[in-house]
Design a protein around this ligand. Structure first.
Ligand code: FHN
Length: 421
């Protein structure tokens, strides 16, 4: 199936701002780290006597916790184990090329020092420090573009915020007032107090017309013209496109876009969720998304003490070790030139086709159809040993060795000259 045969929902332009200065780094980055961290991280999926699985950050909503009672959790939120340098180092070891963290999720609690409200980690919690200052600095020192997730409409703590109808009746809500008094001023704080941001990751738009959304964007844009805004700002006004959660488009998509997955079954920390994707699953997911031309942003959920699940640390570092060898086939690439094959997927750079071999093909004969150019060499990345191949008009067939260095994904680079279709 080719892109032109797919319905609009997949192929619609990825954001409408193709000249934005941030798009270059974003498109080359390919792998981002998402972090959901808030009061829900301390609760870990438990409210009173009930335990919830999945979407830990939705706990307040799922338990219909009264806003006042839920807010009291802040008084015991004291993530002494948080260490910004350690987080940034793990991100580096994982090979991610940007990091996005929740400044405020739907629960309404600000994980940074906000002057707009007292319901924030500095004023309402014994922790009393701004972890976002430390993290933005640590990321900058390690050369990792840093961004904030911000829930601009859903805010279950505020009577005028979107979503909380169990405490605050819907017909009494003034969404405009909410934007004026909290969202927009907070977004301005985030764009002012944390140095240059790579992006702002908006989520779950609502309550604004296209014109109002445009005005909001304009008022924020002047603070940091190089900062990207995600498509969930609403009304197709973002700079790049985010697909739905855990969604990869079935065909290559041009432009700048992102697939978003979480490491286990929840965005926020859930104590009893150990369903972590293995390094092999992450590596194949990353290469699959890259083979369609997009970025993968993978989420981890640190706990209420500021520690990442041990599995997330171990598996992300294992992914980073794979990237140390095969990163050339991910970073700075675009979608592969041929569709997915029984053996795996492809990514490309000018004059190079990267063959991501997930499965040993029958007879160790790797068939690459449709290369309309002269193949010059085929090698396994990380090895100097050239492989033998035979090219015909229909396909190039490569003879693979008996064992491949990495059974999860061994990448071959095929260099060619002349035109490619
Ligand atoms: O409701 C949120 C959810 O909690 C999480 O933050 C995800 C991440 O993409 N975004 C929303 C659902 O799409």
């Amino acid at each position: 199936v080719q892109a032109q045969d797919m319905p609009d929902m997949w192929t619609k332009a990825a954001g409408n701002n193709t000249t934005h200065p941030g798009l270059k780094w974003f498109r080359d980055a390919k792998f981002g780290l998402f972090i959901h961290w808030g009061l829900y991280s301390k609760l870990g999926g438990r409210w009173k006597d009930s335990s919830y699985y999945g979407s830990g950050e939705w706990l307040m909503n799922r338990a219909k916790a009264p806003a006042g009672e839920y807010a009291a959790v802040a008084k015991t939120f004291n993530p002494q184990g948080f260490n910004a340098e350690e987080w940034a180092q793990t991100a580096r070891d994982a090979g991610v090329r940007y990091l996005v963290i929740t400044a405020k999720h739907h629960e309404g609690f600000s994980m940074y020092d906000s002057k707009v409200t007292d319901f924030d980690i500095v004023d309402a919690s014994p922790y009393g420090k701004d972890p976002m200052k430390a993290l933005s600095r640590a990321c900058r020192e390690k050369g990792i573009p840093f961004g904030f997730y911000y829930s601009q409409f859903l805010d279950w703590h505020e009577p005028d915020g979107g979503g909380n109808t169990w405490d605050f009746p819907k017909d009494k809500k003034d969404y405009q007032q909410y934007y004026r008094s909290k969202s927009v001023p907070q977004l301005k704080e985030l764009l002012t107090n944390y140095g240059p941001l790579g992006l702002v990751w908006f989520d779950m738009p609502g309550g604004l017309t296209p014109e109002q959304t445009r005005q909001m964007i304009d008022s924020l844009r002047i603070l940091q013209p190089s900062c990207l805004f995600s498509s969930r700002v609403g009304h197709n006004l973002g700079d790049y496109r985010d697909f739905g959660d855990s969604e990869v488009p079935p065909v290559p998509i041009p432009g700048a876009w992102e697939s978003i997955y979480t490491h286990n079954d929840s965005w926020g920390y859930i104590e009893h969720d150990l369903n972590f994707k293995s390094p092999g699953e992450i590596i194949r997911l990353l290469s699959n998304v890259a083979s369609k031309g997009g970025n993968l942003m993978l989420n981890v959920g640190p706990d209420g003490n500021g520690k990442w699940p041990a599995y997330s640390i171990a598996y992300l570092k294992a992914t980073g070790r794979w990237l140390d060898i095969y990163g050339e086939s991910i970073y700075g690439t675009t979608y592969g030139l041929i569709p997915a094959q029984p053996w795996g997927v492809t990514t490309s750079k000018p004059g190079k086709l990267y063959l991501h071999v997930w499965e040993m093909p029958t007879g160790r004969q790797l068939r690459v159809p449709g290369i309309n150019a002269r193949v010059k060499s085929v090698k396994i990345l990380g090895s100097r040993q050239p492989l033998t191949w035979k090219q015909s008009t229909a396909a190039t067939t490569i003879q693979l060795p008996v064992t491949l260095p990495d059974t999860r994904n061994t990448v071959l680079v095929m260099e060619y000259s002349g035109t490619q279709q």
